[in-house]
Design a binder for this molecule. Structure first.
Ligand code: HSE
Length: 298
């Protein structure tokens, strides 16, 4: 008895919602196959050549499954075969997809006995292996789909799924390396009150804009005065992509998670295509290799 899981890429932060907002993408996604085994423990089979670890405690899917097995001691073992289509280190939730897909798959094999907040909790152990931090803003949308707000992760995950209007998402992944752990280390630990006020005004407005299907409000709320000014210096082409996309009619966007990918939201597909051209043009000029994804929130 094998289950197959398609685990989606996700965009964390959504500009103003550092660690508290995220959404799932229709494409790309990882493909995972899981089955229960008589052999004890977790067994990882990587069906690709990204060179990811297979030792369960050092693999994001493995660490998430180990956490889940601790809560289901009657289960002997589980095997997971992973074919990754989401490039590790891209900033669109590659590690979260593996961790979330693994726990969703094992839960299906166990008859769905764990709740979605419990699955988020298990999968966060995988994120900890990947970046040293148990953030849920990629995990939650990967498990719930759509747009999610993470009100809190402790004492247990408090996840709020948000309705949203149709949105086109254009993502560019420039071929540079930005480690989440580094991108977090450079952040300032103190936020001036004026910046905090501006930021929570934007987060509230973004949530309202999504719920009310108010595209103009969504566009105004896609502003980050705390994280982006620090992190954008790590990403060549950031300002060109942002300015060019605005000129092309995008609602707004910024760094996807901790980068290096950048994402832009558009109300219309033709705008999203023009944004993709801006992205290609920017990185062609800079002489940097890149991937562009044109997709939607899913
Ligand atoms: N919220 C996290 C961060 C997402 O920005 O560090 C990492 O993918």
């Amino acid at each position: 008895n094998t289950v197959t899981v398609l685990a989606p890429a996700t965009v964390a932060n959504v500009v103003c919602g550092f660690d508290v907002l995220g959404f799932a993408l229709a494409e790309p996604h990882d493909e995972m196959h899981l089955r229960l085994t008589d052999e004890p423990g977790v067994h990882i089979l990587n069906d690709d050549d990204f060179g990811l670890p297979t030792v369960p405690a050092r693999n994001v899917a493995g660490a998430a499954l180990l956490a889940m097995l601790r809560a289901a001691p009657e289960v002997t073992g589980v095997e997971v075969r992973i074919r990754k289509h989401i490039r590790p280190g891209s900033g669109i939730g590659s590690s979260a997809a593996s961790a979330a897909g693994a726990v969703v798959g094992l839960n299906a094999l166990l008859g769905g006995r764990f709740s979605r907040p419990e699955l988020v909790e298990f999968a966060m152990y995988g994120e900890e292996v990947a970046s040293g931090v148990r953030h849920a803003d990629n995990i939650a949308p990967a498990i719930y789909g759509g747009v999610t707000l993470i009100r809190a992760t402790t004492p247990t995950p408090d996840i709020v799924p948000l309705d949203a209007p149709p949105l086109f998402v254009t993502v560019v992944h420039p071929q540079i390396e930005v480690k989440t752990s580094d991108a977090r280390r450079i952040l300032k630990q103190q936020v001036p009150l004026q910046d905090a006020i501006r930021q929570w005004g934007n987060v509230g407005a973004l949530v309202a804009g999504l719920l009310q299907h108010d595209y103009a409000l969504i566009g105004r709320a896609l502003e980050d005065v705390i994280i982006e000014p620090v992190r954008s210096i790590l990403i060549p082409g950031f300002q060109q992509v942002k300015d060019g996309s605005h000129a092309a009619g995008a609602l707004g966007g910024g760094i996807s998670g901790s980068g290096p990918s950048l994402f832009m939201l558009s109300q219309h597909e033709a705008t999203a295509q023009a944004v993709a051209d801006v992205m290609r043009d920017t990185y062609d000029r800079l002489g940097l290799a890149y991937y562009v994804y044109q997709t939607t929130i899913n």
